[in-house]
Structures are given as C-alpha cells and as structure tokens.
Design a protein around this ligand. Structure first.
Ligand code: SF4
Length: 91
C-alpha cells in the first residue's frame, strides 16, 4: 500500500478529457483574441495562485481541471472566471 502523501503528483491530478481540454482551448483562444496579453503583475499573481492550488500538476505544469499549460494560459488577458475552471483567480 502506498501512502497518499507519497503518490506521484500525476496520480493526484488526473488529466481531463479531450473534450474538456478542447473546450478550454476554445475559451482561452477567444479570450486571447478579444483581450490580448495580461500584465506582468496579473501573470505573476495567476501563476502563484496555481502553484498553491491542489489541482495544479507541478510535474507537467498543467491544470488538472482544464488541462491547460498554465505558463501560457496565465498570460491571456480577459475574464479570470472564464479562464480558471474553478474561478479561483481573482484577476
Ligand atoms: S487554473 Fe484554477 S483550478 Fe487550475 S490550477 Fe490554476 S487555480 Fe487551480
């Protein structure tokens, strides 16, 4: 038996379905086209928030809920409620 504290991160943050990732990509692309690039402050805030989120996979650098690469997604300006699937981002 493996202690839950010692599970590999990939096992604790499952990859979402292809459909979920495709929908998230479409939303992100729409926000990027409409709003452009986020400021450096917003980018840093979002990454720090993801790094402390239980759904962030530190090994793959992807969100376990939407499957996006957060280093790229955090750079997209626009409505944070549409970009973070759990509405954790405040900006
Ligand atoms: S985008 Fe939201 S749900 Fe995903 S890792 Fe970041 S804070 Fe967590």
């Amino acid at each position: 038996m493996v202690c839950s504290l010692h599970k590999p991160l990939a096992m604790t943050t499952p990859t979402p379905s292809i459909r979920t990732m495709a929908e998230s990509l479409l939303v992100s692309t729409g926000q990027a086209i409409k709003h452009g690039v986020a400021s450096d402050d917003t980018y840093r805030y979002r990454l720090a928030t993801c790094f402390s989120c239980e759904h962030f996979n530190h090994k793959t650098r992807r969100c376990g809920k939407c499957g996006c690469f957060m280093a790229a997604k955090a750079r997209i300006a626009g409505d944070p409620r549409m970009l973070c699937p759990l509405h954790v981002w405040q900006r």
